[in-house]
Design a binder for this molecule. Structure first.
Ligand code: FMN
Ligand code: FE2
Ligand code: FE2
Length: 391
């Protein structure tokens, strides 16, 4: 059993798990680089475990705790978040540490009862700003709802200025321990933000405001590397939660016989020629994570989709629904479509994306394959879109 604990500071250890081989999360998010479930041990005179791990790794977690101290000696288990990737091991950890109490928010208490059948008498509910004195180490709890579920909070070690924000500031990669050890970490973090945090940008902004008063030396999230250069991720999160966009378009399309695709290529390359950054995703094989990451800072969406059975091609329907749910800061959209007889893709696209408030700058909808006139229309639409993106 792997029992390597990593000392971060005196009395603070990483006792998490690296899941190098996992390839799918929540049945939705691809994990090309695996992920980690970071858990932390904080030891003063008393000992607290901050977060646990995904079900299936309980033994590894206990072995790692055991490398530092007897798991039975745990006084507290802090549940920052009730999702099973961090809380799934709670029943086994509580069973292994008979005197420990589970520290959580009031909403967390309901979830711990519902998901993990934790008896109320094992729980210690904490309020925003409350502290817990471990004797030489002080934990402070910061309410941070909807990052990523309603019950979420952050835990802060006052003496060491370490923030444990659970999902917030995370990234899905098993690589590295610290931020400077993973070359593409900003890309991983942006994908993760798009997948997990983008729908909660307002909650993220509120949390960042609260954190502004805390001196932070180390951000230790529960997925991916630890930020020993906290400003790197704080700067990115300030931009991303504020919805700052770049002169960039996401071109998401699917095409069965190439008609829609020809329009898509004209639009993409016209945009490029006008100095717009373009990220093209063929939805038949697109990686949801790549798409979500690109949506974090894109100003415009070009959706390309033929009509299938009276509506959007299912891959485009799925993507349009996902885009609506992820709430990206897109300002403008354009639609490209080909149909064979009655059409319907364009109508369904506006039904799905209408409620988002994204301004539809224009559409090119053609019957059959594009003639020269349709190609010229697509180029003209791209120029109009480029002007709007730059404005
Ligand atoms: C499985 C399938 C279902 C289709 N359903 C419709 C439809 O309900 N209404 C319509 O107008 N065209 C329909 N079409 C025709 C396509 O919309 C048309 O061939 C279009 O030009 C395809 O564009 P593409 O080359 O970008 O794939 C369907 C085509 C296929 C293959
Ligand atoms: Fe989560
Ligand atoms: Fe998580």
């Amino acid at each position: 059993m792997n029992s390597i604990a990593i000392e971060l500071r005196k009395g603070v250890h990483w006792v998490g798990v690296k899941d190098w081989g996992r390839r799918m999360f929540d049945g939705l998010i691809p994990l090309p680089h695996g992920t980690s479930y970071n858990a932390y041990l904080v030891q003063g005179e008393k000992t607290a475990l901050v977060d646990t791990v995904n079900p299936g790794f309980e033994g590894e977690l206990l072995a790692k705790i055991g490398a530092v101290t007897d798991p039975a000696a745990l006084d507290y288990v802090v549940m920052n978040h009730a999702e099973p990737d961090h809380a799934g091991a709670i029943p086994i950890v509580l069973a292994a540490s008979p005197k420990s109490r589970l520290v959580l928010t009031a909403k967390g208490a309901d979830m711990a009862a519902r998901y993990y059948r934790v008896p109320r008498e094992r729980m210690q509910v904490v309020a925003d700003g409350e502290t817990l004195d471990l004797g030489g180490k002080t934990l402070r709890f910061v309410d941070a709802p909807f990052l990523h579920w309603p019950e979420t909070m952050f835990t802060y070690v006052v003496e060491d200025r370490i923030l444990f924000p659970c999902d917030f500031f995370g990234s899905h990669t098993a690589a590295g321990v610290y931020d400077d050890e993973v070359a593409d970490l900003a890309v991983r973090a942006q994908m993760y933000f798009g997948e997990i945090m983008m729908p909660f940008r307002k909650a993220g902004e509120r949390a960042l405001k609260k954190l502004a008063d805390l001196p932070i030396a180390l951000i230790a999230p529960s997925h991916g590397p630890l930020w020993r250069h906290p400003e790197r991720i704080l700067d990115l999160y300030r931009k991303w939660t504020a919805g700052e966009t770049a002169a960039k378009a996401v071109v998401a399309y699917v095409s069965m016989w190439g008609s829609t695709e020809r329009l898509v290529r004209i639009v993409a390359e016209t945009l490029l020629g006008e100095g717009i950054r373009v990220a093209v995703h063929d939805l038949a094989q697109a990686d949801v994570g790549d798409l979500a990451g690109d949506l974090v800072d894109a100003r415009a969406l070009v959706l390309g989709a033929p009509t299938v059975l009276g509506g959007l091609h299912p891959a485009a329907f799925n993507a349009a629904n996902l885009i609506r749910a992820l709430k990206p800061p897109l300002k403008y959209a354009a639609l490209l479509s080909s149909y064979g007889w009655g059409g319907g893709a364009a109508r369904q696209a506006s039904e799905v994306l209408g409620p988002t408030g994204i301004e539809v700058v224009g559409a090119v909808e053609i019957h059959g394959s594009p003639a020269a006139e349709a190609e010229a229309q697509a180029a003209a639409l791209a120029s109009i879109l480029a002007t709007r993106i730059r404005s």
